[in-house]
Design a protein around this ligand. Structure first.
Ligand SMILES: C[S@@+](CC[C@H](N)C(=O)[O-])C[C@H]1O[C@@H](n2cnc3c(N)ncnc32)[C@H](O)[C@@H]1O
Length: 333
């Protein structure tokens, strides 16, 4: 079989969305911001992959170790016929679940959805080559807007790993979970990777690695805006800032101007003046507890069936089940 690749939006739609989102974000005051999904062109995705191997960056190896331990149990509980990973990246972790499905002769379909087209195509092709009996579908889309492109549920196990849900502002989490639950049938399941609240020093180190890879990843967002919107940001004129905010239980990443500058972003019809020390917020990474996740579940049609963590309680994988609860459509009040 060969992997099927679908694009939810054409390039002019993608460009006009980017233009609107960048303009709206950079006009926010007191703190301008850029949507973190724009880190991920090919270079940004490769830099993120480098981050996952850094000694300070515990989330990837911890989540992988949890998945290695639980994959068979999760598959045996859910009996999925389709795996569906949102924000799939290099698509390595999904293999742990696919192998467990193969072990029970359940391997049928796999859908990868990601905004980073080059990486998505490559990982869909590699899955296709390595699992010849699997029907692989790659969907180039936005998990905040394009979940209906997944199609109707049924026998589906959705995955959202790496703590990527932490990049959503907490207010956006319940609507996101409702949107996802609409693509699940009662009995379908959702395995969610969550970075847990912990010691601030450990969090700080994970986002301020000594090799400077996270700083380069952070600055990449400016390169993406330059490439797609014709902007003239000088990434090297910004320093990487990442700190833990215990009141909100999130890491915030920012870029701080090291000198005064005027930036033109013609594709967003915007000029920006920055003074030395001015900052642009580029990412939130919310840290969770079981309680803070459960507080966001009422009305989403999802409930926690199992909670798996590592011995040091650094990271968790929550297995959520789609209940029979009716989720109101978006139009209904
Ligand atoms: C933190 S990485 C995780 C990658 C991979 N799942 C892992 O476990 O290593 C986040 C992934 O989500 C993708 N992504 C970020 N925002 C997105 C969005 N709004 N819609 C679709 N994909 C998005 C990125 O391209 C990237 O591959």
């Amino acid at each position: 079989m060969s992997a099927r690749i679908e694009r939810v939006r054409d390039s002019s739609d993608m460009s006009s969305r980017m233009s609107d989102e960048v303009r709206e974000g950079l006009q926010k005051r007191p703190l301008p911001e850029l949507p973190s999904k724009y880190f991920y062109d090919d270079r940004g995705s490769a830099l993120f992959d480098d981050i996952t191997r850094l000694p300070e960056y515990y989330p990837t190896r911890t989540e992988e170790a949890i998945l290695e331990t639980i994959a068979q149990e999760v598959v045996d509980r859910v009996q999925p016929r389709e795996l569906c990973e949102l924000g799939s990246g290099v698509g390595r972790k999904v293999r742990l679940l696919l192998d467990a499905m193969a072990h029970r002769e359940l391997l049928e379909r796999c859908v990868l959805l990601d905004i980073s087209e080059g990486f998505l195509i490559e990982s869909a092709r590699q899955l296709d080559a390595d699992y010849p009996d699997l029907a692989v579908r790659g969907v180039v889309g936005d998990f905040l807007e394009d979940l209906p492109a997944l199609g109707a549920g049924g026998g589906r196990l959705a995955l959202f790993l790496a703590g990527t849900i932490g990049n959503l502002h907490p207010d956006r989490v319940p609507p996101f979970l409702r949107d996802l639950a609409r693509q699940l049938d009662p009995g379908d399941a959702f395995l969610l990777g969550l970075d847990l609240v912990k010691d601030a020093a450990r969090l700080h180190a994970a986002y301020n690695d000594s090799a400077g890879v996270t700083a380069e990843f952070n600055r990449n967002i400016l390169r993406v805006v330059n490439t797609h919107l014709g902007a003239d940001f000088e990434p090297e004129a910004f320093e990487h800032v990442a700190f833990y905010d215990p009141d909100n239980a999130w890491i915030e990443m920012r870029l701080r101007a090291t000198r005064g500058m005027r930036v033109s972003i013609p594709g967003a019809n915007l000029q920006m003046v920055l003074e030395p020390g001015d900052e642009i917020r580029t990412e939130l990474s919310c840290k969770y507890t079981r309680g803070s996740l459960e507080a966001r579940l009422p009305g989403t049609g999802l409930c926690v069936e199992a909670w798996y963590t590592d011995p040091d309680q650094l990271f968790a994988c929550a297995l959520l089940r789609r209940s029979h609860e009716t989720i109101p459509s978006e139009e209904e009040p």
